[in-house]
Design a protein around this ligand. Structure first.
Ligand SMILES: NC(=O)c1ccc[n+]([C@@H]2O[C@H](COP(=O)([O-])OP(=O)(O)OC[C@H]3O[C@@H](n4cnc5c(N)ncnc54)[C@H](O)[C@@H]3O)[C@@H](O)[C@H]2O)c1
Length: 253
């Protein structure tokens, strides 16, 4: 019998409390990884830990409440993960935000607050994950990856700009990290049916969105999680600096 895809791996996941991050936590644990899970919300994180514990034993799971914008917190979490599991093989950054006015206001009404919020969480938070202290010092293969988006959208300037910045950040990181045997990739999902999508797009618009995709339906968070699992596994050894579309054909249309 072959061993699970991520047997022996230790992977950290941000934004593990909801949507794509939660599905990644469950999938990666199911694929055999020990997981270090973080989220800003202790309540959501606890719910995820309970779900993850239905597919792996509690000793394979570490949970910590943190804000990815806080660099010291992110660094401390890496240290705790390495202390607990002995190493860190990869990271999936699924924490991200839609600023308040996302989907409501055209670009000329973007506020400084919305702009700063998107840049802070989506870009600086991702930078914190990639440059996290200790991560590059651990003597194993590391694979950070982030969930971003390369499509623009009406009234989404602050969000779209921040997510395009993340793609640039991941590409630059991949080049710097490659000589150290560290791979860095970006996952760019189309519309995925998660709490974030439900809170920013009403049911009627979500239906229209689904119909507009070549595949005629929204994506599931667990489908993105399968891709994340592959990217942090040894099966994707030659893939780095890539931008992986997972969008039901949206970018092809
Ligand atoms: N759902 C989609 O259609 C879609 C499409 C493209 C990209 N994305 C991106 O994928 C990622 C996950 O999206 P989702 O739909 O699962 O969202 P979600 O809102 O369901 O989950 C995001 C999680 O991140 C956490 N979080 C937010 N800010 C944080 C911070 N500063 N520090 C720590 N945790 C924080 C939230 O508490 C939440 O649990 C986001 O970056 C999002 O922009 C989503």
């Amino acid at each position: 019998m072959s061993s699970p895809l991520l047997a022996g791996k230790v992977i950290s996941i941000t934004g593990a409390g909801s949507g794509i991050g939660r599905s990644c936590a469950i999938r990666l644990a199911q694929d055999g990884a020990k997981v270090s899970l973080t989220d800003m919300s202790s309540e959501l994180l606890e719910e995820t830990i309970e779900l993850v514990c239905t597919v792996t034993s509690r000793e394979n799971v570490l949970g910590r409440v943190l804000d990815i914008v806080d660099r010291q917190e992110v660094d401390a979490c890496v240290e705790e993960t390495v202390r607990r599991f002995g190493k860190l093989d990869g990271a999936v950054n699924a924490a991200g935000v839609h600023p308040k006015e996302s989907g409501k206001e055209p670009i000329w009404n973007v506020t400084d607050d919305d702009w700063a919020f998107a840049q802070d969480v989506n870009v600086r938070g991702t930078l914190n994950l990639v440059r996290q202290g200790g991560f590059f010092g651990v003597p194993v293969n590391r694979r950070p990856g982030s969930i971003c988006s390369v499509k623009g959208g009406a009234k989404l300037a602050a969000y779209t700009a921040s997510k395009h910045a993340v793609v640039g950040l991941m590409r630059a990181a991949a080049i710097d990290a490659a000589p150290h045997d560290i791979r860095v990739n970006a996952i760019c999902p189309g519309p995925i049916d998660t709490p974030m999508l439900r809170s920013t797009v009403d049911a009627e618009k979500r239906d229209a969105m689904a119909r507009s995709l070549p595949i005629q339906r929204l994506g599931g968070a667990e489908e993105v999680a399968h891709l994340a699992s592959f990217l942090v596994s040894d099966r994707s050894k030659f893939i780095t600096g890539s931008v992986q579309m997972i969008d039901g054909g949206q970018s092809a249309a």
